[in-house]
Write a protein that binds this ligand. Structure first.
Ligand code: BTN
Length: 247
């Protein structure tokens, strides 16, 4: 294992871990970053798996101990999405709440986990997987997933990408901690939202379609229904689909 520091962050790099999120659960210092060249039991959302070959994806987890109320922690996922999007650049957009997409395909997945102890937050771990130098995806993923290599035709420097993401993360996270909501971030978040002002389908038991109008200060997606009614949709409860496909 190799240890380095970058401002607030204490970075620990491993060749292989089962899952950086799982490993990070043993950490104690705020700002510890666990990076793995490959994961053998990487975790995705909704119980899915997220494995990667060495050096194809940038997979890491940021261990945080914020002094905030637990209800606001889901917004840290949005903060992470903003940080990765900013590091990747203008070709990347955010698909609410926390996927980062390029040309309509997912390039980044984020899994945020939280635990409580004595009514306080024990940790928030935001785990980030960026498809960096993946050259090809399995047929069933080809329409939905992409990588920085596929989109740019260039091999990317993982260390530079990691430090850019962490630098942006710290900037956005500090703004989030000032208000404990997205007030200071929502304008930028909304300016990079892939389906803002477009028709989306809310996939849930009582799903509906409408026009996505962007997030509010709590990070909820505001959707305008056919009758003009504005409905806020909370992340975790639903997923959003464009009318014509993944985005
Ligand atoms: C998703 O399903 O979109 C979320 C994927 C999150 C994957 C990352 S890779 C680094 C971190 N460690 C894990 O085990 N999962 C997250």
């Amino acid at each position: 294992m190799e240890r380095t520091e970058l401002d607030f962050f204490k970075i620990e790099k491993f060749d292989e871990l089962e899952s950086t999120n799982e490993y990070a659960k043993k950490c104690s210092a705020d700002g510890t970053v666990i990076v793995a060249r490959s994961q053998t039991k990487g975790k995705g959302r909704l119980g899915r798996s997220w494995d990667n070959n060495p050096d194809e994806a940038l997979t890491f987890s940021i261990f945080l101990k914020p002094d905030v109320s637990p209800e606001v922690t889901p917004m840290i996922t949005l903060v992470s999405a903003m940080a990765v999007r900013a590091a990747v650049g203008d070709m990347a957009k955010i698909k609410w709440p926390n996927d980062v997409v390029i040309n309509g395909k997912k390039v980044v997945g984020i899994l945020t986990e939280m635990a409580m102890e004595d009514n306080r937050i024990k940790y928030v771990i935001t785990g980030i997987g960026v498809n960096v130098n993946v050259r090809t995806f399995a047929p069933e993923l080809k329409d939905k997933a992409t990588s920085l290599y596929i989109e740019t035709g260039k091999k990317q420097d993982m260390d530079k990408l990691l430090s850019d993401i962490l630098e942006h993360f710290k900037k956005y996270y500090d703004l989030f901690l000032k208000t404990c909501d997205m007030s200071l971030l929502m304008e930028e978040y909304n300016s990079t939202l892939v389906n803002v002002n477009e028709r989306v389908r809310i996939v849930a038991a009582d799903g509906f379609s409408g026009i996505a109008r962007g997030i509010d200060r709590m990070g909820e997606l505001v959707v305008e229904k056919e009758n003009g009614e504005l409905v806020t949709v909370r992340s975790g409860e639903v997923s959003v689909r464009g009318i014509y496909g993944y985005v």
